[in-house]
Ligand binder design. Sequence first.
Ligand code: ADP
Ligand code: ZN
Ligand code: ZN
Length: 734
Amino acid sequence: MSAKRIVQVALPVRLRRLFDYRVDHLAKVPDTGARVLVPLQKRKVVGVVCASSENSALPLSKLKAVSRVLDDKPLLPKELFRLLLWAAAYYHHPIGDVLQTALPVRLRRDCPAEPRPLYLWRISDAGRERLGTIPARYAAQRQVLELLVGAEGGALPSQSLSSALPNATTVLARLETQSFVEKVVVDVPGLPRDRETAPTLNTAQQVASVSLEEAAGTYAPFLLDGITGSGKTEVYLDCACRTIARGRQALVLVPEIALTPQLISRFEGRLGSALAVLHSGLTDTERHRAWWRAREGSAAVVLGTRSAVFAPLARPGVIIVDEEHDLSYKQREGFRYQARDIAVKRAQLADIPVVLGSATPSLESMANVANGRYRHLKLESRAGSARLPKIEILDLNRLALNDGLSAPVVGALKQCLLRGEQSLVFVNRRGFAPVIVCTDCGWQALCPRCDARQTLHRGTGRMICHHCGRQAPAPSTCPQCQKETLFPAGEGTQRVEEALVRIFPEAAVMRIDSDALGGPDDMARALQAVRDRKVDILVGTQMLSKGHDFAGVTLVCVLAADHGLYSLDFRGSERLFQQLSQVSGRAGRRETRGAVLVQTAHPEDPAFVRLREHNFAGFAKAALVERKTAGYPPYVRFALMRAESTQSGAPIRFLQSVALAAENLASRSAVEIMTPVPSPMERRAGRYRAQLVVRSKDERRFHRFLEDWVQGIETSRTAARVRWSLDVDPQEMY
Ligand code: ADP
Ligand code: ZN
Ligand code: ZN
């Protein structure tokens, strides 16, 4: 038997292939899943070994050798490695790029797999004695020892000593040789806390809990379908604790950590140092540590956003996806994966249960319940005494608006203020006004780089394009007719905020949108101000709709609910329904019953009728029937090919040529190629865009078709002239 002399390596390049390197100079062939440093053109790059073999298609003498083996054991656990290979194949995305996504930044470089341990400096008993007798000339030593004595547990990290004392490092080294201080390695940053106790689960929660417990150790997908405030988070916590008790790990995915500080603190409070949180606010080193704790198993619960679906787990026990319908689970560029869908696949490969939770599940998940693939767990009433809010639909055809506010909305806000309760006002755009128009000649402020209008922002007095970020000062006279007849049309959050301050001078009005907030800490502060009742009326965008639990809010007003209803995207009404249910869910989460006012120009639309009845199931059922008749997902598989270029005709010509080239292959594979069309916003940031939908009812043949198609395009010359991408299971059709 001849020995393996070649490894096939995935490299961080956008090519759908592996690269062969020689390993016959090494004592041992590197493991699959281990990183290697290899030469690529004039550089050295880090790659991951995907396979090894005796021979290459190329003669051995033509191949370069692996420069260095970075991991003597596979860095990626087998279960995760299989998942990543599956994901690369399913999304038809270059494997090298997929593997990069799964690794923390530090491990994409040639850093050691194991992070340096985190340690604290602690004063020893000898150090405490020394403090009493220390000569006056050793002022720095005294200062360090005093700081340590004053600290909790007599220990501090070196950074906090360095910030108090510039030469702390030297002083500490000297104190260490004399055994006055010592290093103690800590497992987790932050101090251990007293665990909070869990409430007793109500009957519906117990039923869910028992079902999940019984499914332990087998692949079992569940949809936890529970209205807002019904206690889903308690079910997740219960499930996580039971998983820990069985000696396994729980992976919990949440949409956006910055928007859900409460959920994180509930998990922290309940789990303490058993929790590792993976989010974008971590430094590279912190992320590497959290990743390592997940991989080694010292983090029993790993909580994170989208990319955490690729967190390594030593002993996977359960995967939980909160707000499973949320769009943020879909990566919109590069490797366009859907983390919820990958979570289900991962559970299948690892043979564990997966829980998808939502008050407004995606239609995909509802269909999977209907066809028996997912088990349905329902929480039908709010935990505690809270009831669902009363929803009233206001007909904009019969009501006059001032700054976007109708008289019933102003009246309700006033009553709410008089009762000393809080209200939320949703506006779907930030800025002051979505467009500036000339009332004389009809000129509009359009973005020169996009097929879009520029939004007026007050304060800075600038027009900003929300699609490309271009800014310009707002003109004072019309650039076309030179008259002073410019008028800001429509309402953004700033305009509504201004109007509310004018109408209710005695009220504390606060605006929350991405302009008003600098970072995640601002959001946490703002939310705290709301909970501390320092705010009467909160104005904001959808950013406010997710997961927040505001005890004092009893009124929610939605000023413009129509966008999405007649949108080009077949998911428009689904998204609208989800958003409205989520924002309604913010009202009356305690004893007082909440009220929701929704302004719309289409009050007769069935979506609003069902919304008023809190009838999500009815909405979903009707929408699924429509999807089936029209041949849309989840009944038919979609993939969207996008192309863009600075030249106006190039993208569409490219798509026409790749559609034509695939015609025969498509008809043999039962795949339908639609006509290429310009994107709904054809020009964005100076680039022209076009798109092409392909669809099929047969998943297996669809994927075989896509593989051949994409391979052909990748190696063709036309592809070099445009930027193109394939989006499998697109969530947005533009
Ligand atoms: P969801 O995640 O479905 O929105 P939560 O788990 O946040 O619901 O629960 C809503 C509120 O009800 C929270 O304040 C929570 O602490 C409380 N709660 C949930 N379950 C129970 C229970 N079994 N007993 C008492 N309070 C509960
Ligand atoms: Zn004009
Ligand atoms: Zn623009």
